[in-house]
Design a protein around this ligand. Structure first.
Ligand SMILES: Nc1nc2c(c(=O)[nH]1)N[C@H]1C(S)=C(S)[C@@H](COP(=O)(O)O)O[C@H]1N2
Ligand SMILES: [Mo]
Length: 331
């Protein structure tokens, strides 16, 4: 494989290795250059130094290193979004509707102690502390694109494990067809819970087979560190082939049901936000096209808009889940 280059010691960190974030970023950059085949040795080392300098910042969050994932589609080769952009341009309406609000306001979110309840149509309902959840399965690194329904996208290295690992532990009953994800709604620590934009708590849902897909990630960290509050600490979902709003932040409850869950955005505007919300360049949002996207960090004067890919580029992995479905009807 092109990306195999253990010799210079930059690649393939051991699972136990704690990697300072700036070195880590450099590594990813090198992997990217090698994977895209443009890396002469000199170029690579220059780019590496650049990436390190760019990403250097006071590392105040705890390290959360993961092994590289073997799940198909889990490592995209696009350039990583800068940590600064990924942690300051956010949607997290519990902390305000402006993209800069979550980074400004989410310091008040109280993430310890934290528990996640699993209930509904399962053989083994359970109440997990965050510590239990962290130990449930080894952490992996997944580099995923995330595309917001508003038309911007990012490429973020998440740390976590497949949602399927947790689902298998609680043993869904045969009658379970959907999974409902309920997020924290504490007006004392989340200043915009109670505002009238959405119904609270923010609720999302997946079909059971979507939730079981190996790409569906239960994430605890990003860029080799625990999640910053504004990105959904201490635990969130990341569903890379769906619009960003399907990836619920700060999860507190996971419920297995036999009926399709009503989701926060579907309740707010059903004709705009369907249950499926698969990224689809051929199905417009009623108020705008979904054919192209702006990659955050590439918005200079000469940056081209990117073409949005079917299922956000994960069609080979997830297309089968929707075989025979009319994706205009099930948007
Ligand atoms: N609880 C909760 N989860 C949420 C949201 C929210 O407002 N509240 N916004 C969603 C939207 S619209 C997007 S695009 C992603 C953004 O994730 P990021 O800020 O980590 O990029 O989070 C999703 N998860
Ligand atoms: Mo979004």
């Amino acid at each position: 494989m092109l990306i195999r280059n253990d010799r210079d010691g930059f690649l393939l960190p051991a699972s136990s290795e704690i990697t300072p974030q700036h070195i880590y970023q450099g590594r990813r950059e090198l992997i990217r250059l090698m994977a895209t085949g443009v890396a002469g040795a000199a170029m690579a080392s220059l780019a590496l130094r650049d990436a390190r300098a760019q990403a250097a910042r006071p590392g105040k969050l705890a390290a959360l290193a993961g092994t590289r994932s073997a799940v198909a589609g889990a490592v995209v080769i696009d350039k990583l979004t800068d940590y600064k952009d990924a942690s300051t341009y956010n949607n997290f309406y519990e902390f305000g509707t402006d993209k800069a609000d979550p980074a400004r306001n989410a310091h008040s979110l109280k993430t310890t102690p934290w528990t996640v309840e699993v209930e509904g149509l399962v053989k083994k309902p359970a109440r997990y502390t965050l510590e239990d959840l962290l130990k449930l399965s080894p952490q992996e690194e997944r580099i995923y694109r995330l595309r917001c329904v508003e038309g911007w996208s990012m490429v973020i290295p998440w740390v976590g494990y497949s949602m399927a690992e947790l689902i298998r532990k609680v043993e869904p009953l045969g009658s379970a067809k959907y999974v409902e994800f309920i997020t924290q709604a504490d007006p004392k620590t989340m200043p915009f819970v109670g505002s009238r934009v959405l119904e609270w708590p923010y609720v999302e849902g997946l079909r059971l087979d979507e939730a079981m897909h190996p790409l569906t990630l239960l994430a605890f960290g990003m860029y080799g560190e625990v999640l910053p509050n504004q990105n959904g600490a201490p635990v969130r979902l990341v569903v890379p082939w769906k619009y960003g709003f399907k990836s619920g932040k700060s999860l507190v409850k996971i419920r297995f049901t036999d009926t399709e869950p009503r989701t926060a955005w579907n309740k707010a505007a059903a004709q705009e936000y369907g249950f499926y919300s698969n990224v689809n360049p051929n199905v417009d949002h009623p108020r705008w096209s979904q054919a192209t996207e702006r990659r955050i960090g590439e918005d200079g004067l000469f940056a081209k808009k990117r073409k949005t890919l079917m299922f956000n580029g994960y069609e080979a992995q997830v297309g089968q889940l929707y075989a025979g479905m009319d994706l205009k009807k099930f948007y």
